[in-house]
Design a protein around this ligand. Structure first.
Ligand SMILES: Nc1ncnc2c1ncn2[C@@H]1O[C@H](COP(=O)(O)OP(=O)(O)O)[C@@H](O)[C@H]1O
Ligand SMILES: Cc1ncc(C[n+]2csc(CCOP(=O)(O)OP(=O)(O)O)c2C)c(N)n1
Ligand SMILES: [Mg+2]
Ligand SMILES: [Mg+2]
Ligand SMILES: [Mg+2]
Length: 319
């Protein structure tokens, strides 16, 4: 199949048709109509073979995850997904692979109501870059800046599962079949907390999504907000699969430094604390208070009051 046939065959048949897409795939640009009184939220993330995914990763999971990691950034800002572009580079046009990739991509796109409006297809080492566009009411976006001393720190979901799943895939850890399936699924199918992010508008004083690991990502919030924090690592939410598979110390290191959780970390002032339960009840995700913002610009990790020293900082591309 040639380049243009391939694009038409795999990427123009989506079921997600948004009224605000005035011109989609096929021209030199897409034309979209942003809503009035809303700001555009734009973010891009790349997945590169052997850096972000193993060559044997099922194409359906890869298509899904490539979009999910991008949606996670929209979630962190409280934005609603709207449009995306896809830049796809691959060594050859493998029909089975493309079929699976497109199925996974559109599964996530349909669920989160985001429309593919364009992209680029090239030959080369396998990599996927998605740019997402979302919308957020003016003045309502969540940002990394805004955490104040005394605010409570929360995370959604459970932490560390994805990194343990990757280690299991690579034979560095092992566990029961049931836990193995759960953990690998958490690695392959992260759940971007899109609804939770929108529900936190007007409630959270700051937010970020966790991609490199809490120990690394929370520092972006602290720096942007000009504050410090105490984290009670014994409060970090761990899945039963995590707790059953490794020692508590190893589990806490996965939760702090493993990365690819795609959960939200957010801060909430004391006065808004009571409103959280109701706001997040519709989002269908658990959330756990793990610490508090402090005036001194420093991150303190403690386990039952004693200093906790993690084995690493978090994921970094350039050491
Ligand atoms: N090559 C680049 N050019 C411009 N901005 C970049 C580049 N790489 C990263 N950024 C910006 O730097 C910030 C941090 O990037 P990153 O750590 O990748 O964020 P995230 O973890 O949310 O994906 C983001 O605002 C991102 O848009
Ligand atoms: C083959 C392989 N090695 C290592 C990892 C682990 N890993 C890759 S990227 C990453 C962090 C997140 O990726 P990044 O490109 O930093 O995304 P961003 O922070 O920009 O959202 C982690 C933990 C993996 N998923 N696959
Ligand atoms: Mg990024
Ligand atoms: Mg992010
Ligand atoms: Mg990163």
């Amino acid at each position: 199949m040639k380049e243009f046939q391939l694009i038409e065959h795999y990427f123009t048949g989506q079921s997600q048709h948004r009224k605000d897409v005035k011109l989609g795939i096929g021209d030199d640009c897409a034309l979209v109509k942003p809503a009035e009184n809303k700001l555009l939220a734009i973010s891009t993330d790349t997945l590169v073979e052997n850096v972000h995914f193993l060559p044997q990763m099922p194409p359906q999971a890869l298509g899904y995850k490539a979009l999910a990691v991008n949606l996670s950034d929209l979630a962190a800002m409280g934005a609603e997904p709207a449009w995306m572009t896809l830049a796809l580079t691959m060594p050859s046009a493998d029909d089975v692979w493309l079929q699976g990739f497109a199925a996974g991509l559109f599964e996530a796109a349909d669920y989160y109501m985001i429309s593919l409006v364009g992209g680029d297809t090239t030959r080369g080492p396998k990599s996927i870059t998605i740019t997402v566009h979302g919308q957020v009411p003016e003045g309502k976006a969540l940002t990394r800046k805004g955490a104040k001393p005394g605010d409570w720190i929360y995370v959604t979901g459970t932490l560390g599962d994805s990194a343990l799943g990757l280690d299991i895939l690579q034979g560095r850890q092992s566990t029961s079949n049931e836990h193995r399936e759960f953990l690998i699924n958490r690695h392959y199918h992260p759940s971007p907390r899109v609804l939770a992010g929108q529900s936190l508008r007007g409630l959270a004083s700051s937010a970020i999504d966790l991609s490199d690991g809490l120990n690394s990502d929370i520092r972006h919030v602290l720096k942007a907000s000009g504050v410090g924090a105490v984290i009670d690592v014994e409060k970090l939410p761990l899945s039963p699969a995590m707790r059953d598979s490794v020692t508590l110390e190893t589990a806490l290191n996965y939760a702090l430094c493993g990365g690819e959780d795609y959960e939200l970390l957010f801060t909430v002032p004391e006065a808004q604390r009571g409103a959280l339960d109701t706001a997040l009840s519709h989002a269908g995700v658990r959330f756990t208070q793990i610490g508090q913002i402090q005036p001194v610009n420093k991150l303190k990790l403690q386990f039952k009051g004693e200093e906790f020293v993690p084995t690493q900082r978090g994921f970094e591309h350039f050491q």
